[in-house]
Structures are given as structure tokens and as C-alpha cells.
Design a protein around this ligand. Structure first.
Ligand SMILES: [Ca+2]
Ligand SMILES: [Ca+2]
Length: 317
């Protein structure tokens, strides 16, 4: 089940048209296309059977981090990263509380082997409107980059990437602002969506009022959007949970984003193919209740619904 869709034009109506098209293809005997592509959704046990590893204890330096935020352990030059300096200076409650972080922190090992805490403090008109720094080696140099959501009092949220330079935490790249106070965005993840050999960042801009899935090239000092599609959301207003989308990478295919629709009641499977061209890999898949969490698995995603049920989502090759 596949169809090409232009940027910004994905909608329930188009999905309905797509379903009709797929049904017609099935009726015409093109059945392999009907069963070979798409999403399979089936009931599952808690966490879809994944054994939950006990998280490592954060370092003492992170004990005064932003309430309800996570300290994250790195695998390269950043040992730990977390958000600090709780402040109420940006009273937006997208994440459930009007308290946000005024600083980003990283714990590193110096050449002598000693541990050292680095901090990046934002000016008073900005905060990190986020609860988890995301670590990834975006440029493949063996050093971590830190992806966070920043919010500006006038221009709203922006995606920002930090990194280490000369044992200092510095801003490496930033994307466009959402455009107005209290306009927010939520990252999806990192993958090479356009196949150029370099990792890109996906996020959903304004997930509460008309979410736009946006793919960015990491080109310091910029995060440059190169593809967008509408009618998605990866966050419920006021919820602490930010994991509501998954990137699936199957051999021989471009990465696919599994992400809820605007109502958080159905799933899209979207793959970017070329400028102006997204592929919807399945019809919009309705769910029995609102989607509360959606996390990646090797072949798809695991989702928790508001009725407490768990579902395994598989992307069929
Ligand atoms: Ca790097
Ligand atoms: Ca790329």
C-alpha cells in the first residue's frame, strides 16, 4: 500500500483516497502490493515484551536537574547530559508544568581522566522547553552532539544542537523558530532520511495545533528544513511523555517515520522519497483509543493507548 504525496498535502481525505486506490489495485489482482506494504497492528503485552533495562544511576552532579527531566548517558565524549536551573520565566505548560530549564549540562572526562561538569546558560529571554537531552553523533566524528528544544519569549521554540569544543559546551546549529511565543516543537529522532550518507533530524512543529513533520539537514550553524508534511502529532498538550513517534529502518529502504495523526487516534507511516514527494506506506491506521506513547522496536514500534492496552506495530517490508 503506497502512494506518493506532495509535501504539506497529507490529510485524512487523501488517506481515504489512497485506501480507495489500494482497494482498486487489490480488486484488479495487484494483490502483492496490498499485502506487501503497510503497517500491521496487533495486541501485545506490556512494553511489547521488551525487557526493560534498569537505567544507570545519574551522577551526583545531576541531582539538582530540572524536575521530571532525565539525565542521559552518552557513549562518546559526553558521559552524561542533563537540563538544570529550573525557572518559571516562560510560563508555558506544554509539558505539564510552567517550569523549564535555564541551562544545559554535560559531564566529561578531561585528558587527565578527571570528571568535569560543563554548563551552558541561556539568556533570560530563553529556556530549554524540554525534559530530555538527546545524544547522537550527527556528523560521524566520534563525538556526541546534544539535541534539545529551546524556547524564546518572542519567537517560540527552536531545535538546537550543542557539542563540545575545547572542553566547553557550545551551540553548533539551530533550526528555525516556531514563530510565536508558546509555539512548541517536539523531536522525532535522527536518521539519514534522504540517503546522502549524513544524519538528519526529524521533528514535529506545533504538534498541538496542526503538526508539521519536518526533516532537517545538520549543516552548522544551521538546521536546514528540507521536507515537511502536515496532519501529524507527536505530543499531547500537557503530557510529560515526549515519545510518540518512531523511525524504522529496513534494509534497502529509506527510513520510515511512524507517527500519529493530529487527533492521536491513528498512525501514519511516512517515507520521504524526493523533493516534494512523501510516500504514505499504509492507509491511516485507526487505533482503539488515544495514543499515549509510541517507542521504536527493530521492525516498527510499540504503542500504549489511553485505555491501557499495548499494541505492537510492524512495518511490513
Ligand atoms: Ca559528532
Ligand atoms: Ca541525510
Amino acid at each position: 500500500m503506497r502512494a506518493h504525496l506532495p509535501d504539506f498535502l497529507l490529510s485524512r481525505r487523501r488517506s481515504a483516497i489512497l485506501e480507495s486506490t489500494v482497494l482498486a489495485a487489490c480488486l484488479l489482482g495487484l494483490s502483492t502490493a496490498c499485502v506487501a506494504m503497510g503497517l500491521r497492528v496487533e495486541p501485545s503485552g506490556a512494553e511489547c515484551g521488551a525487557a526493560l533495562a534498569a537505567p544507570a544511576a545519574p551522577p551526583t552532579a545531576a541531582q539538582h536537574r530540572l524536575p521530571d527531566s532525565q539525565a542521559v548517558r552518552g557513549r562518546n565524549d559526553v558521559l552524561w547530559a542533563w537540563l538544570g536551573t529550573p525557572t518559571a520565566r516562560y510560563p508555558h505548560t506544554a509539558l505539564g508544568a510552567p517550569v523549564h530549564a535555564g541551562s544545559l549540562h554535560a559531564l566529561i572526562a578531561t585528558p587527565s581522566g578527571a570528571l568535569r561538569e560543563l554548563a551552558y546558560n541561556l539568556p533570560i529571554h530563553r529556556v530549554f522547553e524540554d525534559r530530555v537531552p538527546r545524544l547522537a553523533d550527527l556528523d560521524g566524528d566520534g563525538r556526541d552532539e546534544i539535541i534539545v528544544i529551546e524556547a524564546d519569549a518572542i519567537r517560540g521554540a527552536a531545535l538546537v544542537v550543542f557539542g563540545l569544543q575545547a572542553q566547553a559546551l557550545i551551540e553548533l546549529a539551530r533550526g528555525p523558530y516556531a514563530g510565536a511565543p508558546f509555539r512548541w516543537l517536539n523531536p522525532v529522532g535522527v536518521a539519514d532520511f534522504d540517503g546522502d550518507g549524513r544524519l538528519d533530524i526529524a521533528s514535529v512543529t506545533t504538534p498541538h495545533i496542526g503538526g508539521v513533520l519536518t526533516l532537517h539537514h545538520f549543516r552548522p550553524p544551521g538546521l536546514e528544513p528540507y521536507a515537511k508534511v502536515m496532519d501529524v502529532s507527536n505530543h499531547r498538550m500537557g503530557a510529560l511523555e515526549q515519545r510518540l513517534a518512531a523511525i524504522v529502518e529496513l534494509p534497502g529502504h529509506r527510513p520510515t517515520v511512524i507517527v500519529p495523526d493530529m487527533q492521536l487516534r491513528a498512525l501514519h507511516a511516512l517515507r520521504w522519497e524526493a523533493p516534494g514527494q512523501w510516500m504514505e506506506l499504509a492507509e491511516l491506521k485507526p487505533m482503539a483509543a488515544r495514543i499515549e506513547r509510541l517507542t521504536p522496536t527493530p521492525s516498527g514500534a510499540c504503542t500504549l493507548l489511553a485505555d491501557g492496552s499495548w499494541w505492537r506495530v510492524s512495518l511490513l517490508p
